[in-house]
Design a protein around this ligand. Structure first.
Ligand code: ZN
Length: 498
């Protein structure tokens, strides 16, 4: 389990229950305990390593990323970020000769459920057990994993959106738990301690690891190539890659924790590696407890570096209907996932569209693209196997947006919407006007018989303008809201109810 910084202090309270639940609940939180598999491994590792020898084959782990959203399907973690997070994990696991790839034919799923998206431990358990898929690593990305950055539990990993940014170590940390690794500070989870004092010989019923290595296989995380570490909160590192906080072992020997370990709680920027003994444990876990993951023994096809995505349309400053644009491109050999970006500048910033599609070479967009603009777009190719094309150079297409449905220049230059509609008498209706330029206009409201009920002049600014239409003096019925200037007119019908 990894705690996010903002909840550093409160997370302490959050994690007390699952710790205890784990004791009474088989299959509880693997991230705070030591799994039965790991205890078996730690007790038999000499024999296991003798039998297997120095196995150097690559191990390939399929993953399905399950991204939650609200009941209404909002707030998803961006799919290209998920692809990037797996690619980043592959760098972090390279020394372990473990590579993650997306499950062919089932690389990602979206789950619309607010109870899962922003969950306590009950919601997390329900999320995992309702959706866990066989023969792969299940990685759930949610808004709030029970107050943590992430956790590994019930044979799945759960990651928080806000801790899943570029170059995070959250994913590798939780995958490390999933493949059996305890925290280096094992035994200290949930404890509080004055680190200026010598540590006790045991804490929470576990031996405390000494700096002289005399008890390293029996204490802490039961690895000897991870040094003692008692720090159970997120901490920053010094320039030597060690903790700022000095601790004292049971023999009063002072030491600092190793910040480079992904399984510790040093901040993401400090951590980058697994040790040889950790790697041996993870590989053995894959070959035994998770052997069903090992479905392929040879790499699949990569996407060539020399094949940028060839755009088909829209190109060459072609005009398109601003709220109904279909982007199309030619397929790239071995690619199955394509990320489409649309932006105001050639660097795609600000970015209006950032969407990854699967098994198709078109994307139709009906919202979020501004009208009357010169815009840029590009496409990046990925596949379930090849998650690496974030920086591959791509062709950039240029197009213009326009409102072909407009019947006059005012409609072409101003987008209008009126909400709520119908509106209850007495509550204001809001006329939202998105304008291209500064302009003056008149607004009038008339009833069905043509009698004027309201009139005002307004100044519109480029961008969004919100204008309240008062309804306090209107009887129930249909009204006409007219926006007018020298460019033309926009007419909206407004229904007022009792
Ligand atoms: Zn952890």
């Amino acid at each position: 389990m990894r705690l996010s910084l903002p909840v550093l202090f409160t997370a302490f309270l959050f994690t007390v229950n699952p710790l205890q639940a784990q004791v009474t609940n088989p299959g509880g939180c693997g991230t705070v305990g030591m799994t039965d598999w790991f205890k078996w491994y730690a007790d038999h590792r000499d024999q296991i390593i003798d039998e297997r020898g120095g196995d150097t084959t690559w191990l390939y782990v399929p993953v399905t990323v399950q991204i939650t959203g609200t009941d209404a399907g909002a707030e998803y973690y961006n799919l290209e970020l998920a692809i990037g997070a797996l690619h980043n994990m592959n760098q972090q696991f390279r020394d372990a000769r473990i590579r993650f790839y997306m499950m062919p034919g089932d690389p990602f799923r979206y789950l619309n459920n607010t109870y899962w998206h922003d969950h306590d431990w009950g919601g997390g358990s329900d999320l995992i057990n309702s959706n866990r898929l066989p023969n792969r690593l299940n990685a759930y990305v949610v808004k709030n994993p029970a107050g943590n950055c992430g956790y590994s539990w019930q044979d799945a990993i759960v990651l928080g959106k806000s801790c899943s940014g570029v170059n995070n170590t959250t994913w590798a940390h939780e995958a490390g738990h999933h493949l059996s690794l305890p925290h280096p500070f094992f035994g200290w989870e949930g404890e509080s301690w004055d680190y200026s004092q010598p540590a006790p010989a045991s804490i929470g019923g576990w031996n405390v690891e000494k700096t002289d290595g005399s008890n390293c296989y029996q204490s802490g995380d039961r690895f000897c190539d991870t040094r003692p570490d008692y720090l159970n909160y997120r901490w920053n590192c010094n320039q030597n890659g060690e903790s700022v906080t000095v601790q004292h072992d049971p023999d009063s020997v002072a030491f600092r924790s190793d910040a480079t370990l992904i399984m510790g709680y040093a901040l993401d920027a400090c951590a980058n590696r697994f040790t040889s003994e950790q790697i041996a444990a993870m590989r053995n876990n894959l070959m035994t407890e998770h052997s069903e993951y090992l479905q392929i023994t040879d790499p699949l096809q990569e996407i060539s570096e020399d094949e940028p995505v060839e755009l088909v349309a829209p190109l060459d400053t072609q005009y398109v209907q601003y709220n109904n644009v279909t982007f199309s491109w030619n397929p790239v050999p071995n690619a199955s996932l394509y990320t489409v970006e649309v932006g105001l500048k050639e660097n795609m910033l600000p970015r209006f569209i950032w969407q990854t599609v699967y098994n198709t070479t078109t994307l139709t967009v009906t919202r979020n693209i501004p009208n009357n603009r010169l815009l840029y777009w590009r496409v990046r190719p990925y596949s379930e196997w090849d998650l690496s094309k974030q920086l591959a150079p791509q062709q950039v297409g240029v197009f213009r947006t326009y409102n072909f449905a407009a019947t006059n220049d005012l409609e072409r230059n101003v987008l209008a919407s009126l909400t709520p509609n119908p509106v209850s008498a007495g509550l204001p209706a809001v006329l939202q006007l998105t304008a291209d330029d500064n302009m003056d206009a008149l607004i009038s409201v008339s009833d069905a018989a043509g009698r004027r009920c309201h009139f005002e002049s307004v100044k519109l600014h480029p961008g969004e303008n919100l204008i309240e239409i008062p309804t306090a003096n209107l009887n129930a019925g249909i009204y006409f809201v007219l926006l007018q200037n020298e460019l033309g007119t926009i007419l909206k019908k407004l229904a007022v109810t009792e």
